[in-house]
Design a protein around this ligand. Structure first.
Ligand code: PBG
Length: 324
């Protein structure tokens, strides 16, 4: 159908017509809000590279959770900034660790808010790697699985609704599934960071958590940005191991990967609109170079259009306010 039979402009003539043919709709229900939990009391420590985001102590989380819930956002994901770090990330497993305490607080105050936890030891280790490190500086795969399984289990015991391993060790989903099942958490879902790329877009997050690797980088475990097909292998491995949700991270430079996963698998797909993607929008808006709100909505919509069912984003509260 060519001009003059096809005139794309006919259905763009008014907002009413545009609404009728709109293919993608964003809702607060699609969003997951990341929260940074830290130790101490009464702490609200703004993260300078992520305007609008702060590290909160557990007592300050309740209000935040209340706001998130009242905006119609169904879920938060928790990241911990512990008081002490060591070689093995042992504070990640503590019964009264920052995240474990935060889960109990939030679930107590807002039982219907879904609490997801990030399962990874980089925020808890002195070396800042996502796995245990050998004397020669190699990030060890299989020994790390045991730690991750214990960490996931301690989140489950504290009341988490879903655990999300972000470490990119091979076999972690199975290790976590087995540990959860053995402790009778057979109903607890796993959101796997399946296609997590070694990315420069994590910069502000690492500043927020003080979790930048102290030597080397993450390219022996996180994926190479050049690879799209490999994301399918990663996702199918995770699904076979028992993942309930597969994730692509970052989102914006990997919309093609989101779209491929959506086409290939009948599984819920999540996308992580990461810290650097957020900070770029904030910085450019602050300079008056872009309309921050407009660009934010366009970005979130594009991630949904690419095929994500749910989006982890620091924009969640702001976007939910605009959407309602
Ligand atoms: C690892 C983890 C990271 C992020 C989420 N989980 C950092 C990393 O892999 O270095 C980044 C999230 C973001 O940039 O918003 N625990």
């Amino acid at each position: 159908m060519k001009f003059p039979d096809y005139r794309g402009r006919r259905m763009r003539a008014s907002e009413g017509l545009r609404k009728l043919v709109r293919e993608t709709r964003l809702s607060p229900e699609n969003l997951i809000y990341p929260l940074f939990v830290t130790f101490g009391k009464g702490v609200r420590d703004e993260i300078s590279s992520m305007p609008g985001c702060a590290r909160l102590s557990v007592d300050n989380l309740k209000n935040e959770a209340k706001e998130v819930a009242s905006l119609g956002i169904p879920a938060v994901i928790l990241f911990g900034i512990p008081e002490t770090k060591d070689e093995t990330g042992s504070s990640a497993l503590a019964h009264d660790g920052v995240v474990q305490n935060a889960i109990r607080e939030i679930k107590n105050a807002h039982p219907s808010l879904v609490v997801i936890t990030d399962v990874c030891i980089d925020e808890y280790t002195t070396h800042g790697h996502c796995g245990l490190v050998s004397k020669s500086g190699r990030v060890l795969n299989d020994p790390t699985l045991e730690v991750l399984a214990k960490m996931a289990l301690s989140h489950a015991k504290a009341g988490a609704d879903m655990v999300a391993p972000s470490d990119m060790m091979d076999g972690r989903v199975r290790a976590i599934r087995l540990a959860l099942d053995a402790a009778d958490f057979t109903e607890l879902p796993i959101m796997a960071y399946s296609a997590k790329y070694a990315s420069g877009f994590y910069g502000p997050f690492r500043e927020a958590c003080d979790s930048a690797p102290q030597f080397g980088d993450r390219s022996t475990y996180q994926m190479d940005s050049a690879n799209g097909r490999e994301a399918l292998s990663e996702a199918s491995a995770d699904i076979e191991e028992g993942a309930d949700v597969i994730m692509v991270k970052p989102a914006l430079s990997y919309l093609d990967v989101i779209s491929r996963l959506r086409a290939e698998f009948d599984m819920p797909v999540a996308a992580y609109n990461v810290s650097g993607e957020y900070s770029m929008v904030k910085a450019a808006a602050e300079k008056g170079w872009i309309d921050g709100q407009r660009v934010m909505m366009e970005i979130l919509l594009s991630i949904k259009r690419a095929g994500a069912d749910m989006i982890l984003t620091y924009h969640a509260k702001e976007a939910a306010k605009l959407l309602s």
